[in-house]
Design a protein around this ligand. Structure first.
Ligand code: B1M
Length: 219
């Protein structure tokens, strides 16, 4: 069992590799994390995703700009590719089919991809429409595939306004459809205001919330 000190050292190294956009170091430390028995999801969230939070702060302080953000994303994905196959979830969770995408006007897809990873690791089938998805495409695809749940992601205060429109289109086509939303600018309050059935703050709670929604339990 790895000591708390060593665990912190590894997680900090992963975080720093993302911040320093060092793909090789990021992959190397993620391999070390697995070799030394760290939980892959914890390494993803407290290493890779935490690194991206720091990157966001540097961007806000105008120490990093868009090119650095892209390089940091590449480093994150180098690590995520190592960790992804080892991410485990609650096997008793309810499974189903999820239609997922980032709404039009928004190209941030790292969070959506983590959500996808967690659903797939839990045994869900995910139909991923990608990022910057035209708003009417969600209802069109849902008509074809009849997923148990539609998941919408938005990372900007501007793009999140599209979520209300998409929820409206989905519900107009099928009042029974369940919609789960998430992304940094959203909250449970905003999700309810937009007419969504559920909101999740992160990828793990998204899977749990999805299970609750398709079992039709009250909030
Ligand atoms: Co930009 N960006 N970005 N960016 N970017 C933000 C979002 C921003 C907050 C930075 C800032 O100003 N501090 C800001 C938005 C401000 C606002 O709200 N209005 C911003 C901006 C302004 C922009 C541009 C406009 C910059 C420009 O061009 N001048 C531009 C936008 C272009 C566009 O979309 N049209 C832009 C571009 C980019 C890059 C392409 C360079 C890159 C994205 C690369 C990529 O995604 N492939 C990027 C990045 C990396 C960021 C930050 C730094 C990091 C985002 C991230 O990946 N976080 C971000 C600052 C920040 O968030 N601190 C920022 C890590 C990820 C794991 O977390 O995405 O929150 P997150 O996902 C979480 C939860 O939110 C949740 O679970 C995930 C995992 O736990 N979740 C869900 C997400 N979706 C969910 C769905 C669910 C449930 C949970 O159910 C369906």
């Amino acid at each position: 069992m790895v000591s708390e000190q060593r665990k912190k050292e590894i997680l900090d190294a992963i975080l720093n590799a993302v911040v320093q956009y060092d793909e090789d170091q990021c992959a190397r430390w993620c391999k070390t994390a697995l070799q030394e028995g760290l939980d892959a999801y914890e390494a993803t969230m407290k290493g890779l995703a935490a690194g991206m939070d720091t990157v966001g702060e540097l961007y806000t302080r105008q120490e990093y700009f868009v090119p650095e953000l892209l390089l940091c994303s590449d480093a994150l994905y180098a690590g995520l590719n190592i960790l992804r196959p080892y991410i485990r979830t609650d096997s008793a969770a309810h499974k189903g089919k999820l239609l997922l995408g980032v709404v039009e006007g928004d190209i941030h897809d790292i969070g959506k991809n983590l959500v996808k990873t967690m659903f797939e690791a839990s045994g869900w089938q995910v139909v991923d429409l990608g990022k910057d998805v035209k708003l009417d495409r969600f209802a069109e695809e849902q008509k074809k595939i009849k997923a148990d749940l539609v998941g919408l992601s938005a990372l900007m205060t501007t793009s999140m306004m599209a979520i209300e429109k998409v929820v409206g289109m989905l519900k107009a086509a099928d009042p029974e459809v369940k919609v789960l939303v998430g992304g940094a600018p959203l909250s449970l309050e905003i999700a309810r205001k937009f007419g969504a059935d559920g909101y999740a703050e992160d990828a793990v709670s998204a899977v749990q919330e999805a299970g609750r929604l398709i079992r039709k339990q009250p909030v």
